[in-house]
Design a protein around this ligand. Sequence first.
Ligand code: GTP
Ligand code: MG
Length: 369
Amino acid sequence: MKLVLIGIGDCGCNLAAEFVRLSAKAKAESGVEILVRSYAINDDQNKLNALRKVGDKLLTIAMPEPATSRRESEVGADLMRANGDRIIATMRAGEFFETNAFMLVASSAGRIGSGGISILARKLKDRYVNKPLYALVVLPLAAENNVPTYIYNTALCLKSIDKTADATFLFDNEKVRSEASVTSAADNDALNREIVTPFYDFLRASERVDPKYLGTSHVGIGDIVQSLSGWSAIGYGTAQLSNAGFSLFKKGENFENKSEETVKAMEAMSAALSHFSIECRLEDARKALYLLCVPAKHANIGMTRSVGNHLRELTNDGEVHGGDFYGVKDYASVTLIASKLTYIEKIKNYYERASDLAPELKNKETQSL
Ligand SMILES: Nc1nc2c(ncn2[C@@H]2O[C@H](COP(=O)(O)OP(=O)(O)OP(=O)(O)O)[C@@H](O)[C@H]2O)c(=O)[nH]1
Ligand SMILES: [Mg+2]
């Protein structure tokens, strides 16, 4: 699947750059393009200049700085209302034809990205009616959760992107950081690598890869588009394939070998299940997608079927799509997407906290007028 990626604000721009690194890896390792272009849109010219070194796959677009010191995301929304058409006009629309979907990325807590993402999404959807549009929204760290404007901006951002995007991937910055043991809160690069990594396999596996990498059931772009809807979480896990298992396997394709490989696939699946990008219950997912990656020599139909069946059980017979891909070495990996989630505790909490906060923020706003 080929994306046009659009990052807005600091967090969005850093992730737009990280996706470029991911696409260079896909090109080097599998010979496919997963990114048509990446755009970084920000009001901070210095930060945009710093991203230039990423290469020409990333184009930077400057926005004027807001004329107010207010921290609410409406400021970012107004800025995008005023500048969105000009921003879209500077994009290379000719390339959109070879694009399978847009992916807009921002943090929910700030102003520029949080307020701008839904406005730009709406403008793109109105122009490119048939092109799927996905969002990736990064939620604040635990330490930021006592900042009233961050809570307010997050709730507003979630409410409006849910109405606009075809599907929204949610990333809980705190969960991703603690599970990846990123110790420094300032280490955004490490955090961003964790955020983009789960997208790697399914984006490249759905492209026209070398037939030697094709598994028994291919995950195509149609499967992805059908699987993505509404609130979505993504999880990724790996399991090292032992050399012992490999040599056993070489001796003959007996039952024990196959079952050992299947155990590894299930181990990778467990890892994916415990590393979802946000806390959610699979039974609340109306749709789900899985991708099992193994080296061809370790593959068997049973392992793909086991992953798919287990996911079907967990989703309570939700609509499940999935398949396998042989483009990895030495390990098994499983990517899981839980989509069309009907309940996410964190979202409920943000909405509740924001409605308690709203009068307080409104008062502050009128006082500052
Ligand atoms: N994962 C991740 N989170 C980030 C990154 N940069 C900032 N954040 C988070 O994003 C939120 C702040 O939003 P920013 O993206 O800096 O805000 P903005 O869109 O530039 O808008 P302004 O508030 O006007 O600067 C906080 O929750 C940060 O923890 C990043 O590179 N990676
Ligand atoms: Mg900023």
